[in-house]
Design a protein around this ligand. Structure first.
Ligand code: NAD
Length: 260
């Protein structure tokens, strides 16, 4: 049987950890050559090592998605190396600073929006000239937070960036359909990754904390967060031709958590 992404080139941002890493590996297992875009190369090199162990091919590129010029350069290098881009997974993101709106620093707001929302825009923007050639698939990682679920007080910046990504994905799907480029956005619930390490709660966050009561066993499907590999299965579906008529859609991958 032919692999789902045989002959394709995929770009994955934030591919050194969590959802991006699991998806990069999955893409490679399905035959894609994978560009691993990450802030620093050590984690990216580990992803590359695992891809090669699975018999795949990877290219590590240092890239800060909050810096549009860095994104332009990295995507240009993928094009120069492999001559095509078929799949873009705009996934890099941070929780960033969590604080009451009243005391949230402007720089902290900017950092979150520049990474999550403007970073997504830059990633898609600079990939379009390559995607246009033969059509392709863009997948964007948003969150349940900011779309169905608003339970994390202090996350006004994060939630705004994540909601913005959904609107951006829909506009992009409309605009890029003529080039046979599909665009979809995924909204994960809690997933077991390293993202908590880049959450910075302010000292006064407690003042606005709203207690969230979850029923016994908490998570509706299995009582615990999902795994990055479970998200990767959805990303693969959206990246591949199995979803050939799916575009402009937001898909929740949260085991019904956002319905609590
Ligand atoms: P993670 O921290 O394990 O991985 C994210 C990766 O992105 C890291 O390797 C990090 O270095 C990289 N990154 C951060 N800023 C970057 C930048 N400016 N440029 C390039 N790379 C950068 O976290 P994850 O959970 O795998 O997060 C991936 C995406 O999933 C994020 O967009 C996040 O908002 C979203 N998400 C995660 C959860 C969850 O519970 N883990 C839930 C909903 C949505």
């Amino acid at each position: 049987t032919t692999k789902a992404l045989a002959g394709k080139v995929a770009v994955v941002t934030g591919a050194g950890s969590g959802i991006g890493k699991a998806s990069a590996i999955r893409f490679a297992q399905e035959g894609a050559r994978v560009a691993v875009l990450e802030l620093t190369s050590d984690t990216a090199q580990e992803t590359k090592r695992e891809i090669e162990q699975a018999g795949g091919e990877a290219l590590v590129l240092e890239c800060d998605v909050s810096d549009p010029e860095s994104v332009r350069r990295a995507i240009g290098e993928v094009g120069a190396a492999w001559g095509r881009i078929d799949v873009v997974f705009a996934n890099a993101g941070i929780n960033g600073a969590a604080a009451p709106i009243e005391t949230m620093e402007i720089e902290d707001w900017n950092k979150t929006l520049e990474t999550n929302l403007r970073g997504t825009f830059a990633t898609v923007k600079y990939a379009i000239p390559f995607l246009k050639k033969e059509g392709g698939s863009v997948v964007i990682t948003s969150s349940i937070n900011g779309n169905r679920d608003f339970s994390g007080t202090g996350f006004a910046a994060y939630s705004s960036s994540k909601a913005g990504q959904v609107a951006f994905a829909k506009m992009a799907a409309l605009e890029l359909g003529r080039y046979k480029i599909r665009v979809n956005v995924i909204c994960p619930g809690a997933i077991d990754t390293n993202i908590g390490k880049n959450t910075f709660p302010s000292d006064d966050l407690q003042e606005i904390a709203i207690p969230v009561e979850y029923p016994e066993g908490s998570h509706p499907l299995k009582g615990k967060p999902g795994k990055p590999e479970e998200v990767a299965k959805l990303v693969l579906f959206l990246a591949s031709d199995e979803s050939s008529h799916v575009s402009g859609t937001e898909i929740y991958v949260d085991g019904a958590e956002s319905l609590l």
